[in-house]
Design a protein around this ligand. Structure first.
Ligand code: BG6
Length: 463
């Protein structure tokens, strides 16, 4: 049967402000957590000194080069581009009463440029960064007041862009806070599980309030959550391993359960009880949580395994989750295990669990691209990776799963999140910028550029 994705299916790519824009101090932007983490989302906070180097300060200079980049996305036939708004462009310290007009104006230009090509923006409110002022002066999401600051920010951007942006996401990979608490919830100094879950609780409440605000300010708007789809298989069919995998998967599904069902699931209440975690809540929290998302979005790069046997669990660090390697899968250069069928499994799992439309807002292969002597990049490995994953998306659609779209992560090379590497490239478009900051920033099409264009134009028939 020839593959033919449904006509309304959205095709495109995904970026994050701090990994692409650069211009970290331009037009009144305040410092964000990302600006103080030069080694990436797991790295330490490093105070800014005059003349220091953080590759994200310029990143790929999307802030100034977006018209050229969007023209290239349009050439591939994109119908959707996922971007994030840098919260600290809009509220530089986080606690101002009024937004920064210059920051708002820049995103107006960005959305207008997308509209010229009929590319729908899908906008993440918070992608791995928050105003540093909220960490320094308030202690990040540990502080209830941050809920209000976030709501003010969300309302400001919803009101401003209500005619330009209909698709929104709340917090990028919200479950990441368990692994990178500074990046996720602005907690410094090795926080305890209670502190982390308390901050997460505040963020979940804020997510509900953002859903409520979006629905009231943008009647045709739709807003989703964003999970890191950390699919884990049992390492063996031993019942203990099967149950360990169930429990491990619940560590990230918990976020989706709250955001889709509007309450804490029973297994989590038991976990809190057994761990002695007691959350400070207010009666209005339960009301806020009941504003559930319209759709579920997620990232998917790899899968892994879980086992109840500690001695077998020779764990290695993936991007975010400690996963036991799967002996049946090969890995990327960065050790991420490649598993296209896992994407079909994940789509079916989330659909069966939530019965809400799904959106794959990140999937991709990070690799070192080596231009040949003519400067061409033959990234067949990337083409193979995406091809195999998209075939599984098609299978899932035929399984009856409602999938809104696919935004490939990093359609243009950008700074990677885990370790702030420029050498880990995802793009269809090569950016001449090297790890030491050298390079012209010139853009160049890779082989995958033409391949993805053909996939989009044929609605998947060329897969
Ligand atoms: C996701 C993030 O975890 O994975 C992105 O939402 C990130 O910000 C992507 O870039 C890939 O990870 P990395 O570390 O290879 O950039």
């Amino acid at each position: 049967m020839e593959i033919q994705f449904p006509a309304p299916f959205l095709w495109g790519g995904a970026l994050a402000a701090n990994q692409a824009e650069g211009a970290y101090q331009e037009d009144g932007k305040g410092l964000s957590t990302s600006d103080l983490q030069p080694a990436g989302i797991f790295g330490p906070v490093v105070a800014r000194q005059p003349g220091d180097f953080n590759i994200k300060d310029i990143a790929i200079d999307f802030y100034h080069r977006y018209p050229e980049d969007i023209a290239l996305f349009a050439e591939m036939g994109f119908t959707c581009l996922r971007v994030s708004v840098a919260w600290s462009r809009i509220f530089p310290q986080g606690d101002e009463l009024l937004p920064n007009e210059a920051g708002l104006a820049w995103y107006d230009k960005l959305f207008d440029e997308l509209a010229r090509y009929n590319i729908q923006p899908l906008v993440t409110l918070s992608h791995y960064e928050m105003p540093w002022g909220l960490v320094k002066n308030y202690g990040g999401w540990a502080n209830r007041q941050v809920i209000g600051f976030f709501e003010r920010y969300a309302r400001a951007v919803f009101s401003r862009y209500r005619h330009k942006v209909k698709l929104w996401l709340t917090f990028n990979e919200i479950n990441m806070s368990l692994h990178a608490p500074l990046t996720g919830v602005g907690l410094e100094n090795d926080p305890s599980p209670t502190e982390i879950y308390q901050a997460i609780h505040h963020q979940l409440v804020a997510s509900g309030l953002a859903v409520k605000a979006c629905h009231s300010l943008i009647p045709q708007g739709r807003i989703g959550n964003m999970l890191l789809g950390g699919l884990l298989y049992p390492l063996s069919c031993k019942p203990e391993d099967v149950f360990a995998a169930l429990q491990e998967n619940r560590r990230w599904l918990f976020f989706g359960d709250v955001q889709c069902r509007g309450d804490y699931p029973g297994y989590m209440k038991r976990y809190f009880r057994e761990q002695g975690i007691s959350l400070q809540t207010e009666p209005s929290d339960a009301v806020a949580l009941r504003y559930t998302v319209d759709f579920v979005s997620f990232s998917y790069y790899m899968s892994g395994c879980a086992t109840a046997d500690a001695s077998e669990a020779q764990k290695r660090r993936g991007n975010i989750l400690d996963m036991v390697p799967n002996p049946h899968l090969s890995s990327s250069e960065w050790g991420w295990q490649i598993d296209p069928i896992g994407l079909r499994t994940l789509l079916n799992t989330l659909w069966d669990r939530y019965q809400k439309p799904l959106f794959i807002v990140e999937n991709g292969l990070g690799a070192q691209d080596r231009p040949d002597c003519d400067g061409h990049i033959h990234d067949d490995y990337r083409i193979r990776y995406i091809n195999d994953h998209l075939v599984q998306v098609w299978e899932a659609i035929n399984d009856g799963v409602e999938v809104l779209g696919y935004t490939y992560w990093g359609p243009i090379d950008l700074v990677s999140a885990s370790k702030a590497e420029m050498s880990k490239r995802y793009g269809f478009i090569y950016v001449d910028r090297q790890q030491d900051g050298s390079g012209t920033l010139a853009r160049r099409r890779k082989k995958s550029f033409y391949w993805y264009r053909d996939v989009i134009n044929s609605r998947g028939a060329t897969l």
